[in-house]
Design a protein around this ligand. Structure first.
Ligand SMILES: C[S@@+](CC[C@H](N)C(=O)[O-])C[C@H]1O[C@@H](n2cnc3c(N)ncnc32)[C@H](O)[C@@H]1O
Ligand SMILES: O=c1cc(-c2ccc(O)cc2)oc2c(O)c(O)ccc12
Length: 435
């Protein structure tokens, strides 16, 4: 039906559809906050500890909810069930007496996604949720418009981010100076590394074979390096991070140590450098500087087998699955949200393959190979894992120098439960090279 209000071309059906999209978009933060609330109340743990599907009254009794607010819990649960964080069942309760009325009781249980929110679970992502949804990170997003209209200048040393506008200092300075935020960030990254450490060692273990030494640059409190050191006792692993991050940390095994320093100045020599969630924090110019320091570090190291490489765990934006010839929309959206997070908080960005290639070349490398893993695509509502590898080889150094980029996107739980099936049935590695 045409419109009488002068809008050209849009039917009222289209108009209402457009409005529905706007509503859905503008309310998205409510999904995030409902999730944060569930995590703060510890709802997943309460359901898990109950040992069987839990009724609303049992849930309310177990939560520290004020009795005057108890009736709101079912509304919180309703939206979380809708988002597949919890499953809802109806149990018909029959009294023993035929005369008693039947009563339908709502029961809640965990889903694969909420299993990732269990505090004592092997893959607890709660710290990530609490970090990403902390006001320190969410408030700068309100300044994005004003920030875009400001003169940014040309000097990278004085670069301002919405985060700096709000907090008066860059991200890494606040993490160093404010223990509450610093710990929140470290715990979030530890949670991420706990999950990824196991995955990388199990699924990409070949990458570490033949190495004698590895430095995890910007390795935080060492969770990832610990996983590698435990799985490969013959690799001497060093966690290299800012001095305040590694102060007082001790290696738990003979082959793990901690070194404080600045990756823009000097990186300890090793056969392999690991950069997990590092280069996306920095601009192209800064990333090239870091990669050059990494190159110096691997060139200085000794290894008779010539097995030297740089291993990057980061996002590759817009990966097109060659077999399915499609880009998964939800996956891309997550990558682009990560990119906005980098734009708001630090000087970095998420990069497409061609953007990665550019900085690899600028840093003096000539080959690469990417393994796309931990990404997801939606197919019959099942989240699947994809794998592809890109290795960067530096020909003119003679050795076998590789950069592996592992595409990492969220929804870890689904990936884990489905991974082996996918690996067995679908894995078709492909590689790119730029000699
Ligand atoms: C996003 S976190 C990644 C931590 C870890 N790689 C992980 O994935 O869990 C970035 C890390 O880089 C470290 N970092 C920042 N600037 C640094 C510098 N100039 N030299 C060494 N490390 C630095 C931070 O302290 C932080 O631990
Ligand atoms: O460098 C990062 C990385 C993250 C991050 C990594 C893995 C996840 O599963 C979630 C988040 O988050 C960051 C962040 O929130 C920030 O403000 C700066 C840097 C990073």
């Amino acid at each position: 039906m045409g419109l009488s209000n002068g809008e050209v071309g849009a039917t009222s059906h289209e108009l209402l559809g457009a409005q529905a999209q706007i509503w859905n978009h503008m309310f998205q933060f409510i999904n995030s906050m409902a999730l944060k609330c569930a995590v703060q109340l510890g709802i997943p743990d309460v359901i898990h500890n109950h040992g069987q599907p839990i009724s609303l009254s049992e849930l309310i009794a177990a939560l520290n909810v004020h009795p005057s607010r108890a009736h709101f819990v079912s509304r919180l649960m309703r939206i979380l069930v809708h988002s597949d964080f919890f499953a809802q069942h109806h149990h018909v309760h029959r009294g023993c007496d035929d005369m008693e009325e039947e009563e339908a009781v709502v029961l809640y249980s965990l889903t694969p996604t909420s299993r990732l929110l269990l505090k004592d679970g092997p893959s607890n992502t709660t710290p990530l949720i609490l970090m990403i949804l902390d006001p320190v990170l969410t408030t700068p997003f309100h300044l994005m418009g004003a920030w875009l209209q400001m003169n940014g200048g040309d000097d990278p040393a004085t670069i301002c981010t919405p985060f700096k506008m709000e907090n008066g200092m860059p991200f890494w300075d606040l993490a160093a100076q404010e223990p509450r935020f610093g710990n929140l960030f470290d715990e979030a990254m530890e949670a991420d590394s706990k999950l990824l450490g196991r995955e990388v060692v199990e699924e990409c273990g070949g990458v570490f074979e033949g190495l004698k030494s590895l430095v995890d640059v910007g390795g935080g409190t060492g969770t990832m390096a610990k996983a590698i050191a435990n799985a490969f006792p013959s690799i001497n692993c060093i966690v290299f991070d800012q001095p305040h991050v590694v102060a007082n940390l001790l290696g738990s095994t003979h082959n793990l140590g901690f070194v404080g320093g600045d990756m823009f100045v000097e990186i300890p020599p090793a056969n392999a450098i690991l950069l997990k969630w590092i280069l996306h924090d920095w601009s192209d110019e800064e990333s090239v500087k870091i990669l050059k320091k990494c190159r110096e570090a691997i060139l200085l190291s000794k290894n008779d087998e010539g097995n030297k490489k740089i291993i990057i765990i980061d996002i590759v934006v817009g990966h097109v699955d060659k077999k399915e010839k499609m880009v998964d929309k939800k996956s891309i959206e997550t990558q682009l949200m990560f990119d906005m997070l980098m734009m708001s908080t630090v000087t970095g960005k998420e990069r497409s393959e061609s953007e990665w290639k550019k900085i690899f070349l600028a840093a003096g490398f000539t080959h690469y190979n990417i393994t796309h893993t931990f990404g997801f695509s939606e197919e019959e509502n099942v989240i699947l894992k994809k794998c592809r590898e890109v290795i960067f080889l530096s020909k003119n150094e003679g050795g076998n120098k590789k950069i592996i980029i592992i595409d990492v996107v969220v929804l870890w739980g689904m990936l884990i439960t489905r991974r082996r099936w996918w690996m067995r049935n679908q894995l078709t590695p492909s590689s790119g090279s730029i000699c």
